[in-house]
Ligand binder design. Structure first.
Ligand code: CP3
Length: 358
């Protein structure tokens, strides 16, 4: 499958650099996913989620699917944050309609001592092959985002062995055996930095770190167990020639009170969930970073009129300033009507133009 050659769209990169652009760029977290019938068909052909993610041709195909339907301003590698623990030997599977599951969760000092940074040309080569293929097929139409989970969020799944509401098993380790928790997080921080640098070398143009469960922590533990390791990763990326110039977006869900501290890591952008007013988030980050967000994904279940109104409310809250990347405040959910995503994308672009004329 080949995309038509179109002029390079650099709205997303411009917004991340906080430079003016013709309108507000938009992409959607989980834009390649189960709400699209063509995604479900490719997944069916692949046989399982992991078979889909580990085959570069399939991964490329589903990465491009949402771009064929909608006027999106970025592509995101089709993969998962749990590729790192899988490559570390934990044995990842996704039962149909259920969350992730590890055959061999990490529970004690011996389990943690065994973990090593995976080989980017070995166990994780499929990710780099997918990125190279996607870049070729995209023909610079829009920038390509590479990503990883944060050390904290990866550790949540690795210690729990599956999804959870509170990830209390890792939290208990943080209180009872803090040295052990730090050893795990330190190994993960090195793995994530190595992984993102390899993704940059393979063609990713923007890097994003998903800290989905950072908001489970109180203020001091957030700084100690989540923020500190993301700051290390940003520093690593800025020290490597492959990733030095590359914008890094950090997304800590539920961490509205930490926006200023997150901006101080030196990242280029921050993802923001829908519990924050973007006007307040702008004040908190004081012009240091771009902001990405933050429509409540549940609004996509509402009528087109309501979606348009809520899109405008998010954009009015940010105001007519450079540095806004429109997105949802978390991933799109499977029951959303794809027609509603078209309404969303087109309204962001149309209203972004109107805002700039004011
Ligand atoms: O955004 C994109 O389009 C790129 C692909 C992407 C996926 N997962 C594909 C996926 C990205 C960026 C992720 C990140 C991810 N994975 C996160 C962080 C972002 C977030 O949503 O908070 C997390 C926590 C995971 C772990 C994960 N993967 C869970 C908990 C699940 C099961 C829950 C679910 O939504 O079903 C997955 C599976 C998964 N990853 C799916 C997709 C499209 C659905 C699985 C399927 O097709 O059967």
């Amino acid at each position: 499958m080949t995309m038509p050659d179109l002029p390079t769209n650099d709205r997303f990169l411009r917004a991340l650099r906080r430079e003016p652009a013709d309108t507000t760029p938009i992409w959607v977290m989980r834009q390649a996913g189960r709400y699209l019938p063509e995604y479900r068909a490719t997944r069916e052909r692949a046989g399982s989620f992991m078979a889909l993610a580990q085959n570069p041709e399939y991964a490329c195909e589903v990465t491009l699917q949402p771009l064929q339907r909608f006027d999106l301003d970025a592509a995101i590698l089709f993969s998962d944050i749990l590729t790192i623990p899988d490559a570390m030997g934990l044995g990842l599977s996704f039962a149909a309609g259920e969350g992730p599951q590890f055959d061999r969760p990490v529970r004690n000092a011996a389990d943690i001592a065994r973990l090593a940074v995976p080989d980017m040309d070995g166990e994780l080569r499929y990710v780099m092959d997918a990125l190279r293929l996607i870049r070729r097929e995209l023909r610079n139409r829009v920038p390509l985002i590479g990503f990883s989970g944060s050390p904290w969020t990866l550790a949540c799944y690795m210690v729990e062995g599956q999804g959870s509401k509170d990830f209390a098993t890792l939290k208990a380790m943080c209180w009872n055996q803090p040295k052990l928790a730090h050893r795990l997080l330190d190994t993960l921080a090195r793995a994530v930095a190595t992984y993102l640098i390899a993704q940059a070398a393979a063609g990713a143009q923007v890097l994003m770190v998903f800290d989905t469960w950072g908001g489970l922590l109180g203020p001091a533990p957030f700084r100690e167990f989540s923020l500190r390791y993301m700051a290390q990763i940003v520093a690593h990326l800025q020290a490597d020639s492959a990733s030095r110039e590359m914008p890094v977006i950090l997304f800590s869900k539920g961490a509205a009170t930490h926006l200023a501290a997150l901006a101080d890591t030196g990242c280029g952008g921050l993802g923001v969930d829908w519990t924050v007013d973007l006007a307040d988030a702008r004040v908190a980050v004081n012009g240091k970073v771009a902001l990405q967000g933050n429509l409540d994904p549940a609004i996509l279940r509402a009528s087109p009129e309501v979606i348009r109104r809520e899109v405008r409310a998010v954009m009015d809250s940010y105001g007519n300033h450079p540095g806004h990347v429109f997105n949802l405040g978390h991933g799109i959910t499977p029951e959303v009507d794809p027609e509603h995503v078209k309404v969303l994308v087109d309204e962001v672009h149309a209203y972004g133009r109107r805002l700039r004329e004011q």
